[in-house]
Design a protein around this ligand. Structure first.
Ligand SMILES: C[S@@+](CC[C@H](N)C(=O)[O-])C[C@H]1O[C@@H](n2cnc3c(N)ncnc32)[C@H](O)[C@@H]1O
Ligand code: SF4
Length: 388
């Protein structure tokens, strides 16, 4: 289990939201927009003014937090790989100029397999990007079609090869399972292909049918049928076993890595470190305060061009909130939680899960609560019962 190198009070990670996609996938409710939705025929007309606004928010961050160390930057979306490399460079240079970007800082960019080329990757390397996260989702055409994904599955291997050739050290792929029409065999095909790729990290998420999405409407009309929960749980278990056999260890419920491949940026979210989310709808956490930005890119840009903060609202976390969140996030991780961090009552409420094989016995005896493979399937229930 790796921790970010800097989780001290003077460290701040940056999340940069890129709220654009060529087309909205049917299952996705992320805060992202197509050029048509923004009444623009061309994404290139949007990108430079958007990044101008991002740079202004980074200046606000500097005024608010001062000279902090930056251990990680994560460009997420949307589809960050739609941004010209010059725009990505502008953001990284700005952070480098305003703060102390740590030597060896992890800089991740989420990418669509169709949008990568050798020259683009070379430019990203020159900008400092050293980790790519590819949205693979599935290797099976009818599953990709149910997800309404447009990328060609054959492009994933090609994209991985290009990333490796570029010298980018870390590569991850995202998978989704539990998709309508996906059999256990389909899932095996997808994850076997993924695990054979030259990657050091893999995320596998159970499909969430988000209200208001095209997928939710199709499920409601009876056009698509969500597979039974037991089958989706089975998919988690067989994937975890296969990942382990291929040298990937789980370090968070939905994330597996080869040694040295854990995502340091995501660990900052889970271990209570501080981060600043730049962009529309982005959330931040600094000095015990959480806040989030206005949601629409136009409202966001208008606020910044008129010299205002894009913050929509905020909350101060009470000590109880902070502690509940710590327990909730920590229990999802392979390092688990020290029994000393839990009360006798909390321990008494969950000790039955040690007997039922959902909590690891040897770790429990050594003073640590770590979920077993089957325990991870009911992590939320265990936390709920523990914290009541
Ligand atoms: C911000 S998305 C984006 C990355 C990139 N835009 C893409 O789709 O390839 C990050 C990941 O969240 C996962 N995801 C998005 N919506 C989901 C949903 N409804 N259920 C489960 N996973 C989801 C997908 O695996 C996706 O790759
Ligand atoms: S490409 Fe990614 S962010 Fe964009 S709509 Fe699809 S899943 Fe959502």
């Amino acid at each position: 289990m790796e921790r970010p190198r800097s989780s001290a009070a003077n460290a701040l990670s940056f999340y940069i939201h890129i709220p654009y996609c060529v087309k909205r996938c049917g299952y996705c409710d992320f805060n992202t927009y197509t050029p048509q939705e923004l009444n623009s025929a061309n994404l290139s007309l949007i990108t430079t003014p958007y990044i101008d606004a991002v740079l202004r928010e980074i200046e606000i961050a500097k005024k608010r937090v001062g000279a902090v160390d930056v251990p990680t930057i994560f460009f997420g979306g949307g589809t960050p790989s739609l941004m010209p490399s010059a725009e990505i460079t502008r953001v990284i240079s700005k952070i480098r100029q305003e703060f102390h970007l740590e030597e060896g800082a992890e800089i991740t960019l989420e990418a669509n397999p169709d949008t990568l080329s050798a020259s683009y990757l070379d430019e990203l390397v020159a900008a400092g990007v050293n980790r790519i996260s590819l949205g693979m989702q599935s290797a099976v055409p009818h599953v990709l079609a149910a997800l309404d994904r447009t990328h060609n599955p054959e492009n994933v291997e090609r994209a991985c090869q290009l990333v490796n050739d570029s010298g980018i050290a870390h590569l991850s792929v995202d998978l989704i399972y539990g998709v309508p029409g996906e059999s256990i065999e389909d899932w095996k095909i997808s994850y076997e292909q993924a695990l054979a790729l030259p990657i050091d990290h893999i995320s596998a998420y159970a499909l969430i049918v988000e209200t208001g999405t095209k997928l939710a409407a199709r499920v409601k009309r009876g056009e698509l049928k969500i597979p039974p929960d037991d089958e989706t749980a089975e998919k988690y278990l067989i994937f975890d076993e296969a990942a382990e056999q291929r040298g990937f260890a789980w370090y968070e419920l939905s994330n597996w890595a080869k040694p040295g491949g854990a995502c340091r940026h995501n660990i900052t979210y889970w271990n209570g470190s501080q981060w600043w989310g730049v962009g529309p709808g982005a959330h931040s956490y600094f000095a015990g305060k959480r806040w989030w930005n206005v949601k629409h890119p136009n409202t966001y840009q208008n606020a910044l061009t008129s010299g205002k903060s894009p913050e929509a609202s905020n909350e101060l976390l009470s000590e109880v909130n902070k502690r509940d969140e710590f327990v909730m996030l920590q229990i999802r991780m392979s390092e688990g939680i020290s029994l000393n961090d839990l009360t006798q009552e909390e321990l008494a409420r969950v000790s039955k899960y040690r007997d039922s094989g959902h909590i690891e016995g040897a770790n429990w005896d050594a003073g640590h609560l770590v979920l077993t493979r089957t325990g991870r399937l009911i992590a939320d229930r265990i936390v709920r019962e523990m914290l009541v």
